[in-house]
Design a protein around this ligand. Sequence first.
Ligand code: 5AD
Ligand code: SF4
Length: 469
Amino acid sequence: MSPHEKNVARDVDTPAIIAAKPDVIAPANTKKVFIKTYGCQMNVYDSERMADVLAPIGYAPVDTPDHADLVILNTCHIREKAAEKVYSELGRIRKHKEQNKPDMKVAVAGCVAQAEGAEIMRRAPVVDMVLGPQTYHKLPEMIAKVHRSSGEVLETEFDTIEKFDQLPKHRSVKGFSAFLTVQEGCDKFCTFCVVPYTRGAEVSRNVQQIVDEARGLAAQGVREITLIGQNVNAYIAEGPDGTQWGLGQLIRHVALIGGIDRIRFTTSHPRDMDDELIRVIGEEPKLMPYLHLPIQSGSNKILRAMNRDHTYDHYKQLIAKIRTARPEIALSGDFIVGFPGETELDFEETMRCVEEIGYASSFSFKYSIRPGTPGASMHRQVDEDVKQDRLVRLQELLYTQQEAHNKSLIGKTLSVLVEGAGRKGGQLFGRSPYLTGTHFDGPENLIGQIVDVTITEAGRNSLVGVLAR
Ligand code: 5AD
Ligand code: SF4
């Protein structure tokens, strides 16, 4: 889930669609690539890296598929009917190709590509290439093959290490906040989730590669880096001193890079929240006081059925430790209602958990079946109307907490990274340490800077303030 979508508790049926940034400088004789990105921040990162891979062979990113020579759908499988949505998009692309651009090439990337593979080729002959998340570095080779043979190319092997070794060292970014993948994959096998099947096992990138990439981002003016991974706090890799480094040590190291003033990380699993990371949360001033730590359910019975491998008490104790280390930390969580076997009592335990913990922001979903996952064949699936009713009740509580957290900031002066102009003339927009969108009046030369803003108004989703003197 993208931190930039914070404060939006979404239903499972509303996928995030984020266009790839048109920010790569390509050589002359430019061809055009349109990349459509669905889903999480990992996909946003991957789309940027695909653009980086394609730039040296003459592809420049464009914002629409209209004149594109290559269209890439970077898909997400975590939401319901993801594959069907991809097939209908491919239907629209086929029409466009037939009517306007017969030589256009079409690629499907991401988790739907990994999960459906050959099925996509069979059902959608318009597709020239299917590539899984670990194979983006092979794009130029695949494009060449397609052009040579006009045949289809399928590449869905798992080799995360090779991917990171082969991707271009240089990343082109726009803006002042960037994602940096440090870890990929998941070994947790929560019984509702497809990620372990589409992204493969947990793999961490080596420290030096991450530091080099972070330095490159800083050199381009990036001030804030979000270290991302499906299980980012499971990060473990050899450090420059030859010992194994966890996420905490990695954060301390990235914090030494000049120009990088803010660090975030997401998404964490309660099982991997070790003491060193909690110490870093307490000690590292560049680390923003915002933590996304999903619990999914407050019922131990449901947590067991979900294979989360922790109890509510374990989670609560963790939060207490984290709050002791960093009292002002804002918490965010993911919740699923209506997992198979969830009774009204179990659901009330989730409500109690939210009341006891208190969340500044959240993402909440109705359970929906992912074929092939253990949850899909569990007995006692919950009726749709019961799920809907529970989601509404849960979101009411979560939204109330979110608004209360924002209102508690009124009168406080917060540091805001100015991302750009606001909607109204003379207005700027930026993010607070808690990731809340913040609007205030100020001159455009503040864009890209971190400024102090005193909060004067707060709504459920954003803050309004004035530049502090
Ligand atoms: N049904 C509902 N929500 C799901 N999530 C993952 N899989 C499912 C599913 N089958 C939610 C979890 C996860 C977030 C990214 O998406 O809450 O943390
Ligand atoms: Fe999915 Fe669970 Fe892994 Fe998160 S920890 S990616 S929810 S299997």
